[in-house]
Write a protein that binds this ligand. Sequence first.
Ligand SMILES: C[S@@+](CC[C@H](N)C(=O)[O-])C[C@H]1O[C@@H](n2cnc3c(N)ncnc32)[C@H](O)[C@@H]1O
Length: 252
Amino acid sequence: MHSGWERNQIYNEDCLTGLKRLPDESVDLVITDPPFAIDFTPLRDNYKRHPHLVLGGYQEVKTVDYPDFTRNWMTQIRRVLKESGAAFIFSGWNNLKDILVTADALNLITVNHLIWKYQFGVVCKYRFVTSHYHCLYLCKDNKQRKFFHNARFSSDDRTATGRSKRYADLEDVWTIQREYWHGDMKTPTKLPGELIRKILAYTSEPGDLVLDPFLGSRQVAVISRESGRDYIGFEIVPAYFEFAKNRLAEMP
Ligand SMILES: C[S@@+](CC[C@H](N)C(=O)[O-])C[C@H]1O[C@@H](n2cnc3c(N)ncnc32)[C@H](O)[C@@H]1O
């Protein structure tokens, strides 16, 4: 049982419980990748990973419970977010509708509907290969939210063929490769560091508090710390929590 909360801490806890301890309007940015409500275990072999390197126990939500589950955690996100804050919520296409419907019901403004295009590496014979995720960029107040247009490129930065690098970087389809972590232990799903770095650069400042209620391997906390942001997060599975804690302990 935890009490209180601290910046730069993660908690081995159900986020539906833990989020209630965070004060109203205390968080600058949410970056999160909630459970998808699909069964991951049978897919594991398809991902061409060695099962002994993938931590078991992934905590899923039943499809039938997904709308209530989504409403519960997103209500807390809205409460803890500052008026100047923003939330980036990743979703596969399967249960995207629940997140879209909930965002509208909670009066969150959709700033962008981003597509993260990645390589899946699985051949499908009878349908097209899934190679993208959705990422909703949401906010409470469109006038107060932060956006740093020149965060990564200036108008002078050009490719060899003269194209603007800044324009390309600001398009809403982001092609970023998955990280494989060959030979290392891993959780079944994780966001690439580059994806999180890009969100942090454009929409946050050093010292901002970044929340991930569904930490998994703790990518959001690790990259936030690397980028000089503060973090807080929750993970319900003890083995994932320990894995995440050790990753942070190894950081300089
Ligand atoms: C899709 S994964 C997140 C992966 C993460 N973005 C990363 O880069 O490693 C979702 C995570 O949420 C965790 N989870 C599921 N229900 C939870 C809950 N109620 N509270 C906290 N964590 C939960 C799962 O165990 C899983 O690790």
